[in-house]
Ligand binder design. Structure first.
Ligand SMILES: NC(=O)c1ccc[n+]([C@@H]2O[C@H](COP(=O)([O-])OP(=O)(O)OC[C@H]3O[C@@H](n4cnc5c(N)ncnc54)[C@H](OP(=O)(O)O)[C@@H]3O)[C@@H](O)[C@H]2O)c1
Length: 236
């Protein structure tokens, strides 16, 4: 059992973020979410905010920290896709994905480390994707944003590792959520054929890895990329 901590998960209103927040509550942590819509699981404190907007992120942190104390665990989960073939990809499609997935993680981590440095304790987990290192057709924007998180976590590790702050990346494969349900049936079957586990994962599988990386036991793990992908991306 880990020491109870103050945790923030972005985008806990649905999908993987929701499962992460539920798991951290079950682990005994005080959990809040910065989310822009929807409702949160029981026991999760709500701060409406948009990860593409620095003022909104900073205001949400202030609200949350007044409620549950300085942030010790942060999970940058909020993410979007705007798939398109490279030749047809607009600047808007590229920039929106980079700004949410990579820029959002940056804004959240930047604000979180202010509290973590003072507390001399921090666990930062960035939710990437198998596609970050494996690549995906039609996903130049998305895979670039998710690969960028690896450099971000490793730079945070080098910058703040001596302050008892860890930064790790979790790279889910295909997880059953709104994001994967939106894929055409034939594409879903093709992906399953490529996954050694021969099935999609569950949001709870990702939450379990994040629970561990957020725990006291994971204090000597930093800059790691932890796959939760049924073996799909191994070797990458
Ligand atoms: N599903 C998969 O197979 C899979 C695989 C690998 C990686 N991932 C990654 O896992 C994370 C969660 O994915 P998911 O499948 O749970 O996706 P999802 O069901 O589409 O949920 C995405 C979440 O991000 C939030 N969000 C998006 N833009 C935001 C913004 N600007 N500010 C605040 N919140 C924002 C959404 O809020 P709204 O509800 O308001 O839109 C929602 O809560 C993402 O980073 C995704 O890239 C997913």
């Amino acid at each position: 059992m880990s020491t109870p901590r103050s945790a923030i998960v972005t985008g806990a209103n649905r999908g993987i973020g929701r499962a992460i927040a539920e798991r951290l509550v079950a682990d005994g942590h005080r959990v809040a979410s910065i989310h822009r819509s929807g409702t949160l699981p029981d026991g999760v404190f709500s701060a409406i905010g948009d990860v593409t907007d620095t003022e909104s992120v900073d205001a949400a942190f202030t609200l949350i920290e007044a409620e549950q104390g300085p942030t010790e665990i942060v999970v940058a989960n909020a993410g979007i896709t705007r798939d398109q073939l490279l030749m047809r990809m607009s600047d808007d499609e590229f920039e929106a994905v980079l700004n949410t997935n990579l820029g959002g993680a940056f804004r959240v981590a930047r604000r979180a480390v202010k509290s973590m440095i003072r507390a001399r304790h921090g666990r930062i987990v960035l939710v990437s994707s198998v596609v970050g290192l494996y690549g995906g057709p039609g996903q130049v924007n998305y895979s670039a944003s998710k690969a960028g998180l690896v450099g971000m976590a490793r730079s945070i590790t080098r910058e703040l590792g001596s302050r008892n702050i860890t930064a790790n990346v979790v790279a889910p494969g295909f997880i059953t959520t709104d994001m994967t349900n939106a894929l055409p049936e034939a594409q879903q079957e093709a992906y399953k054929a490529a996954i050694p586990a021969a099935r999609f994962g569950a949001a709870e599988d990702v939450a379990a890895a994040i629970s561990f990386l957020s725990s006291d036991d994971a204090g000597y793990i930093s800059g790691a990329v932890v796959p939760v992908d049924g073996g799909l991306g191994m070797g990458h």
